[in-house]
Ligand binder design. Sequence first.
Ligand SMILES: Cc1cc2nc3c(=O)[nH]c(=O)nc-3n(C[C@H](O)[C@H](O)[C@H](O)COP(=O)(O)OP(=O)(O)OC[C@H]3O[C@@H](n4cnc5c(N)ncnc54)[C@H](O)[C@@H]3O)c2cc1C
Length: 412
Amino acid sequence: MDPEVPAAPAAPAPPTPPARSAVVVGAGVLGACVGYHLALQGVRVVVVEEAQPASGTSGATFSADVSHLKTPYAYYKLNRQGAEEHRLLSETLGGPAWRHPAPLVQWADGDAAHRALRTRVLRARGWGHDCRLAPASALRDLAPAVDPAACAADEIAVYGSAAWYDAPRFVHALLDAAVKLGAETHYGVAVTGLTRAGDGRVTGVTAGARAWSADTVVNCAGPAADRIAALAGARLPLRQVPGLLAESTPLPAPALTAIVVTPGVDLRPTADGGVLALSWDLDTHLDPANIRHGTAALDGVPRELYRRASVVLPGLTRARPLGARVGVRPIPVDGLPLVGEVATVPGLYHLVSHSGVTLAPVLGRLAAREIAGGRPVTALAPYRPDRAVPDSVLDENLRVMNGRHDGNRPVR
Ligand SMILES: Cc1cc2nc3c(=O)[nH]c(=O)nc-3n(C[C@H](O)[C@H](O)[C@H](O)COP(=O)(O)OP(=O)(O)OC[C@H]3O[C@@H](n4cnc5c(N)ncnc54)[C@H](O)[C@@H]3O)c2cc1C
């Protein structure tokens, strides 16, 4: 047993007091957002990142607004709020744009998949989402770069007020703003231990010979968050699911102006006028036992991904593949975020989520309010990391990863 980790107390600790200081572990979208909001509330913030900002999942992500896919209603609303707060933050902070509004169009193959798509559009409409069903001919205006022959469906779904995000740019904008508010950042420094008081409360982090103490340590380590939790003897119900992204050089005219979700490949523009491609069913061919962030050679699965993208966007044959990257999705077992402390380990606040780019602005703000205020925020109650999460609950992503695609599109 790690000598720095005293046994967890038998009884839950008293309520967490407001934090005046915080160490944030990890500088991805979630660490950057909570760090910014904590600094805004006058908390002394230290961000410790083992590599560079946005070098984890936030640097290898499709990062589209995926709120329309989310259920139940409360979780949908949280995602909508995330998308809205991206808009507000980009206005407040200014600087180079990370938020790129674009319609999202989607079609499905086969009756069952099309029925599932219709059902989702009707559900989202019922919740007030800007979406509709349209004849496939609408693709000509919405996404002129798409080859109409690639769409075998008569009808497509159109989500009008979607967006994609340049996640690394977002991370840097928030960290810069946090530093202006007094936050300290340490990059290239890996947290290797947690310090704890006699009552079990986490009081800081160690990183080799270095140490920082704080009222609250915020675990924003993304797919490595379970390893940080384990340093205090806590267990997070988290899975790591790899995803492959292939990117191209700029697409010759007509450019891609929409996010395009098809049965075999998802596509979105990049900031340089290129295309980013992803395929959930191809991701099932990645070896989850041997996954880490990084670049991938453009053969095998990456080559097939680029080929599928070129079928939908013929212009890609006149662009060049820029390369492929693997990102690791941090997916809580039931698909919902993990936010807050585990009762037996006070002082260590977890903030981990899939669809973290969409959710980061709202989760970061609410978590900071909770940490700085010392009082629970009701909207976060369903997402406590020590809720009962049966291992048998699989979200749609995990069903796909288990090779049991049931005709529904996976959530991202
Ligand atoms: C292929 C793919 C597609 C996706 N598509 C979407 C989408 O369309 N929409 C959406 O909203 N989301 C999407 N996601 C999910 C989203 O990208 C993630 O939820 C989000 O980036 C997670 O951010 P994070 O800050 O939690 O983690 P990360 O970005 O991984 O940041 C964690 C940081 O912690 C650091 N760290 C780890 N261990 C330590 C340590 N011991 N000490 C110090 N630092 C440490 C890492 O270096 C890393 O920088 C996708 C993800 C993938 C992989």
